[in-house]
Design a protein around this ligand. Structure first.
Ligand code: MRU
Length: 354
C-alpha cells in the first residue's frame, strides 16, 4: 500500500497535499517562500503539529534563497517570525525553527547564501526523515498498551497526514494492529474542521483497519457501553507537568474516559513536549475563524450574525492522562521527571546520529 505523504521535497520544491480537499480530491500545491508557507499552514492546507513543523523548516529553506549576503541572520529572523506567527499552539513549529536557527549559527563566518541554503536544506530533510523514524518507535511503545481490552477511540487526525509519515496516535493504532491485536477504531468527527471524518477515517480505511465514524457528542454513550478498551490521541503541545493541549474536544473525552475507567493515552513525540512551559495554563490556544462553525462545506448552517466560540484546542490536565507515549518510551506517574528524561534521551540520540 502506498504510504500517505503530506509533504514532499522534490528537487528543491516544496509540495503539499491539500488536506482541505480530502478525501474527495487529492490535490498537490507547490509553495514558493515563507509567506506562502505561512499562509498554507494558517489555512490548513497542511495541519497537525509535526507536519507544520516540517513544513515550516522547508519554508525557511525556500526563503533562504532570497537572503541577502551579510544580512543572513536578520533575514532568517524575518522569515522565522512570519512562519512562527502562522499558528500558535503546536510547539513543533517553534521547535523546527530553533533547529534551523542552530544550523545557521553553526555555519562559518562569511558563509555564502548558497552554502547556508544547502545546510538548511540538509537539516530540514533530516527533520522530515527523523519524524517518520520517531513515529515508528513511538508506535511500537504505544502498541504495548493501546488496543487491549476492547475498541479504541481516537480524536482529530494524528495520522500520517499530521506528520511527515506513519502518524503518532494513528501510528500507535497501526503498530498495535500490525502486532496482531484486533479491535475497531471509533473516530470522532472533530467539529468544526472535521479532521476525524475527512482524514482519520480515510487513512484507517486505506490501512484496512476497521473504523467507525461518530460525531463528537456520541463519545460518552460509547464509553458507557463498555466496549472501549483505550483512548489514544495526539498532542500539539504537552507542558512539562504532563498537561496536554490537543484538538478541541479532547478534554471532554478524557473526562469521560476517567468516568468509565478507560485508559487515556497521548502519543507525544518529544518535538511536541515543551519543557519551558510549566503547565497547561501557559499554552496559547488558537481561536479560529467563526465561519468554520457557522458553515459546513461552504454552506451557512447558523443564523447570520450569531456569536461564535471557536477555540481550536483545549488542555487536558495531566491527572486525566494514563500515560504519555514518546519515542523514548511510555511515561507514567511523575510526568515532570519522565518527560524531561525522554526529551534528554531524544536530544542525545540526535547528537549521536550527527
Ligand atoms: O488543527 P489541527 O488539525 O492542526 O490539529 C491537529 C491536532 O490536534 C492533532 O491531534 C495534533 O496536532 C497531533 S498530530 C500528530
Amino acid at each position: 500500500m502506498a504510504e500517505v505523504r503530506p509533504i514532499r521535497w522534490r528537487k528543491g520544491r516544496l509540495e503539499l497535499l491539500d488536506q482541505r480537499k480530502l478525501p474527495a480530491r487529492e490535490v498537490v500545491v507547490e509553495l514558493g517562500g515563507a509567506r506562502d508557507t505561512a499562509r498554507a499552514i494558517r489555512s490548513m492546507v497542511v495541519r497537525g503539529a509535526p507536519a507544520i513543523g516540517v513544513t515550516a523548516a522547508f519554508g525557511l529553506v525556500l526563503a533562504s534563497r532570497r537572503f541577502r549576503s551579510g544580512r543572513l541572520a536578520e533575514d532568517f529572523e524575518k522569515a522565522a517570525a512570519i512562519l512562527e506567527a502562522a499558528r500558535p499552539t503546536a510547539v513543533n513549529l517553534h521547535w523546527a525553527i530553533v533547529r534551523l536557527r542552530e544550523t545557521m549559527q553553526a555555519q562559518p563566518d562569511g558563509v555564502s547564501v548558497r552554502a547556508l541554503t544547502r545546510a538548511l536544506e540538509t537539516e530540514a530533510k533530516r527533520i522530515m526523515a527523523d519524524d517518520i523514524d520517531v513515529n515508528r518507535r513511538l508506535g511500537a511503545f504505544g502498541a504495548k498498551v493501546v488496543g487491549r481490552g476492547g475498541d479504541v477511540i481516537t480524536h482529530c487526525n494524528a495520522g500520517a497526514l499530521a506528520t511527515a509519515g506513519y502518524g503518532t496516535a494513528v501510528g500507535v493504532i497501526r503498530s498495535a494492529w500490525e502486532s496482531g491485536r484486533r479491535f475497531r477504531v471509533f473516530a470522532g468527527e472533530t467539529r468544526p474542521f472535521l479532521q476525524g471524518a475527512r482524514l482519520t477515517a480515510w487513512e484507517l480505511k486505506k490501512l484496512r483497519i476497521p473504523v467507525t465514524l461518530m460525531t463528537d457528542g456520541m463519545t460518552g454513550h460509547l464509553l458507557k457501553s463498555g466496549r472501549v478498551g483505550s483512548v489514544v490521541v495526539g498532542t500539539d503541545r504537552t507542558a512539562a507537568n504532563g498537561d496536554v493541549a490537543n484538538k478541541i474536544g479532547t478534554y471532554q473525552i478524557a473526562v469521560l474516559a476517567d468516568r468509565h475507567r478507560v485508559p487515556f493515552y497521548v502519543a507525544a513525540p518529544t518535538s511536541s513536549i515543551d519543557l519551558d512551559c510549566a503547565n497547561g495554563d501557559g499554552i496559547p490556544i488558537e481561536e479560529r475563524d467563526p465561519t468554520e462553525v457557522t458553515h459546513i462545506g461552504g454552506r451557512r448552517i447558523a443564523a447570520e450574525g450569531v456569536d461564535v466560540f471557536n477555540p481550536a484546542f483545549d488542555v487536558t490536565p495531566a491527572e486525566l492522562v494514563t500515560g504519555i507515549i514518546t519515542e523514548e518510551g511510555l511515561v507514567r506517574g511523575d510526568y515532570r521527571k519522565g518527560l524531561a528524561r525522554a526529551v534528554k534521551k531524544a536530544e542525545a540520540r540526535r547528537r549521536r546520529a550527527g
